[in-house]
Design a protein around this ligand. Sequence first.
Ligand code: DLL
Length: 433
Amino acid sequence: MIWNESKECMSRDEIINLQSARLRKTVDRVYHNVEFYRKKMQKVGLEPADIRGIEDIKRLPFTTKEDLRENYPFGLFAVPQSQVVRLHASSGTTGKATVVGYTRRDIEIWQECVTRVLAMANIGINDKIQVAYGYGLFTGGLGLHYGAENLGSTVIPMSVGNTAKLIDMMEDFNVTAIACTPSYLLHIAEALEESGKLDKISLKAAICGAEPWTENMRKEIEAKLNIKAYDIYGLSEIIGPGVAADCQFHNGLHIYEDHFIPEIINADTLESCEEDEVGELVFTTITKEALPLIRYRTKDLTSINYDPCECGRTIARISRFKGRSDDMLIIRGVNVFPSQVEAALLTMGEVSPHYMLIVDRVNNLDVLEVQVEVEERFFSDEIKKLESLNKRIRNVLQSALGLSVKVKLVEPKTIERSQGKAKRVIDKRKNLV
Ligand code: DLL
């Protein structure tokens, strides 16, 4: 039995009718409550009544992260502060932090979305789940926490920072599920192996997200830990984790279309993409009260498909993320995403999923060096074996990227482990003038 069949298995007509009604309400509310939207709509001669349904969504102007920054902290809020029960904020590493707010109803909706994600991963009241996303302004910790509590699972609010303790509790409490970034889960897997506790744990499922990861990485994690790993997507601006997630068929991430209308656009022309064509994901929130967002450009690159899934859900699916448009590296004119490197590396049995991309400019030429961790034994073997592995990796990467790269094989544990979002790229060109 699917946990919320009535919301996830509607016919396309029912979805469109529901989205249209909610969109009309949202547009009306932002027009009357948020000066920013009123001015933007007036500029293009739009009134709320012009938006009759989702067929008119394309007439509405886009919203961007810059708009949120320019209206920092609360300029885009659509309710008075007295109705805001919680604030979260992005880290602001690339500029001023973006602040997001929630009414009590928003929190309930967010909670329900995360609950649906967990139910989709077959997690229930008999599960004990360690939430090992950061707690605090980041939406990962509290987002997963309340979703799991709402579902009725037993929540262990680990946060990040103490892997040894996490492992002890995993063993002592018979933890059955964990929510954390995929890179942190790899680190946990490594630590479990080292401590000899890998076969003493009862873990069966992981809910991983907050950063791009490939299908190969998902399978690698499943094999290492003998568990099922699921992909959860979300972003603070839209609500936090729980905007979309995959089911047991791992055939794309189901979007909760009763709350968020997705669009895929060509980032250059801003025109809509065809079904299954990769472009930038855009969301309009249709139930959020405190911070409704109209056609918010996520910068995340994916494609959309409307065919019903094998699991029975009819809500649209987005494909695994290729990355973010601002993560794309241009190396000697070739577009490279870190996810392509990861996918290619993990097709080879002998390399670990720990890698780093270092981009530099030498004699006016871009150079991409890929550092990859390989097992200790390669370093103790004769040098020939190391050279031959290096060559094989170079060839695999060259055919995957269409670009020649330098490969540096490094010893286990050389590449920094992350407990939150992994940093996989060092672009030294940014420091050049
Ligand atoms: O990362 C919310 C979250 C927490 C999602 C826990 C999943 C689990 P932000 O910090 O605002 O929010 O970052 C959002 O992270 O636009 C994507 O670029 C990236 N991202 C999130 N989930 C995935 C995923 C949280 N499953 C940004 N796959 C997004 C790929 C992801 N990228």
